[in-house]
Design a protein around this ligand. Sequence first.
Ligand code: C5P
Length: 312
Amino acid sequence: MSGGADVPTAGDRTLELDAPAKVNLWLHVRGRSADGYHVLDTVFQSLELADSVTVRCRPRVPPTGERVRLSVTGTVPCPGGRDNLCVRAAEAYLERWPAPVAVEIELEKRIPVGAGLGGGSSDAASVLLALRRLLGAPGRRAELEATARTLGADVPFFLVGGTARGRGRGDFVEPLPDLRPSPLWLIAPPVELSTAAVFAEHTRSAEHTRSTRGSAATGGEPIALPVDRRIERWILGNDLEPSARALCPGLEAIYTALQRFGFPSVQLSGSGGVVFGIPPRGARPESLARDLEGAGKIYVTRTRSRRAFGAA
Ligand code: C5P
């Protein structure tokens, strides 16, 4: 950004929101729909680990140039301009609910990218929520969800936060009562995993299984969710895990180190490559870092309840 035009004026309205990461406590692939997307049944859980999104609306439409501008800071590199979902979220919002404003977004990035933590989707949802508040909440909540759905399968969850079940592409979200708060450690391999590539590998291996064994590798009846509110009871498996492990051989060293370290359950989040688990009592990240021998970076975090979900 440049010069005096960036100094806030009296008519500017600004809002800063946390954009939390998520893990999928459970992810079941039920099949594929006609459009090629996978039909899911999943449980999302939002986390303390978060990006920070500041949205400023200026009360005028610039005569020339881009109406939505983005600047990115923070520890994690991520794309700028229209390649960033934040910009597309603001554009989609203004398309649906036109307003005579220019929008500036500052994104402080901390959530690793291509990790299955939903960072880009959460940033986009925060932009939608911020614009809705700054511009006087036009439209119904369901319409905001519909706009979120056009941006990506995980975006509607981040309008809700806490613990929630996702069906369809994962984009039809039903809030669930919060689980008991828990520490969670995330281990990110040094490579990004493409969501599309992991789903494509899942399809390929499911078709291979069908052709060689005459049965489908996905589908079936979804399990009943536990009544117990302890999070360890909800870490119930991820059908994308074999595909992510096939595409990212480096994950093996992470699983091995976490199991050896005494993590009771260890699971991939979303399409990966982050692997997460509840740390054993008294565990120290420095000790795990030694065991990992550079196979992954540790993020120490906790679950975030819906009540504590900043944007809700
Ligand atoms: O919705 P999102 O942009 O996050 O999805 C990225 C890609 O992941 C899609 O283009 C699709 O290839 C795949 N995907 C899928 N089924 C889902 C969600 C994503 O096949 N339920």
